[in-house]
Design a protein around this ligand. Structure first.
Ligand code: ADP
Length: 350
């Protein structure tokens, strides 16, 4: 599940109805979930073992950029274990009482999914520790000298946390999870399988390399691939009798401003700022954020992971630098060595 903030930053722009659309395309079983094979295989074993013993699945943490399937895996896990999933977003759990209300609703072995778990308020987080370890929560009743602490037993449950930023999670919180799974961006072949499956569910005929074209230009992210497909379907209905062929897919994606490497307008702006204002870097993240008028968090959570993974940028102790691949991709000639103070020392990086 994504916050509105993250939703707003991914291309193409979400449209009314996308939520319903996302739900209808969401796999509900491990066998329908494409890729991330090692994680899937491990989870299958944990779920099966827990089911045989009649225990809850051990607590699981999913890390990775938005749209890679963290929420979906939490749903599949509860579905396959045959229990209910209860979802909450960490910033919405503002105090201990709200946490207690969530926890006391859980039936034996249920799954509590907390999205953006790195954003839990400290006092809530501390109370969650005893809940996940001892399946109890302490509640203080009354005030001042008459205050009494009640220890409320809870049913055994599974905590599934999701975070875009493992680095921001406290050590005590991270160590409460029996299994930490890091989701990676999907290779184009797997995204093409997801696109083909989604097209089938939507009753949209695909021709030639249309699925691969959408896949290659979706930033390695299933949520974006599904959105692109939906937008491409609009073009197919208007331009080619409802069939999505390779040409129509290409045309649709060009019009949506996604380039051949899957970079969207914001990705390109990010690279341009470093190249045009700072001659390729190094430049600090705060400076880039200010130049783009984007929160630093968004750049670090949403944009940089993909640009790093694709080799367009690198992190150095002195800040971000763009790589040769970025200059080439944007068709900008790199200035000669010694061209200016910011350019000095850059050649050695490439
Ligand atoms: P996250 O919680 O990581 O932001 P979600 O689990 O909400 O991401 O996934 C976004 C959408 O992408 C889902 O609605 C689902 O349709 C699709 N999706 C994600 N991962 C996969 C996958 N491995 N196979 C098929 N569809 C997927």
């Amino acid at each position: 599940m994504m916050s509105d903030r993250e939703n707003a930053q991914l291309e193409p722009e979400p449209q009314p109805g996308d939520d319903v659309y996302e739900i209808s395309l969401r796999p509900s079983r491990f066998e329908e979930f494409v890729g991330q094979d090692r994680i899937k295989d491990n989870l299958r074993v944990f779920v099966e073992a827990a089911r045989r013993r009649g225990d809850p699945v051990d607590h699981v943490l999913f890390c990775g950029p938005p749209g890679l399937g963290k929420t979906t895996l939490a749903m599949i896990l509860s579905e396959e274990r045959g229990v209910m999933l209860h979802s909450a977003s960490a910033p919405a759990i503002e105090h201990k009482g709200q946490l207690a209300a969530l926890l006391t609703k859980l039936e034996p072995n249920d799954v509590l999914f907390i999205d953006e778990i790195h954003r839990l308020p400290a006092v809530v987080e501390e109370n969650l520790y005893t809940a996940v370890e001892d399946f109890r929560i302490d509640i203080v009743q009354g005030d001042g000298p008459y205050a009494q602490t009640l220890s409320l037993p809870l049913h055994p449950f599974t905590l599934v946390g999701a975070t875009t930023r493992t680095g921001l999670l406290t050590n005590p919180m991270r160590s409460r999870f029996g299994y930490v799974a890091r989701l990676d961006y999907y290779p184009p072949e797997e995204l093409a399988t997801i696109v083909t499956r989604s097209a089938k569910l939507l009753g949209l005929p695909l021709e030639g390399d249309a699925a691969m074209e959408v896949a290659r230009r979706s930033r390695g992210t299933p949520r974006i691939a599904n959105r692109m497909l939906r937008r491409a379907r609009d073009f197919a209905e208007v331009l080619s009798d409802g069939v999505l062929d390779h040409e129509t897919a290409k045309e649709a994606l060009d019009r949506l401003d996604v380039d051949g490497s899957g970079l969207d307008e914001m990705d390109r702006k990010y690279l341009r700022v470093i190249i045009e204002f700072y001659e390729g870097g190094p430049v600090g993240i705060e400076t880039i954020a200010a130049a783009l008028s984007e929160p630093r968090d968004t750049l670090e959570d949403v944009y940089e992971p993909y640009l790093l993974q694709q080799g367009f940028i690198a992190r150095t102790p002195r800040g971000r630098v763009v790589t040769k691949k970025a200059w080439t991709h944007l068709k900008i000639a790199k200035p000669k060595k010694g061209g200016g103070p910011a350019g000095e020392g850059q050649e050695s990086l490439f």
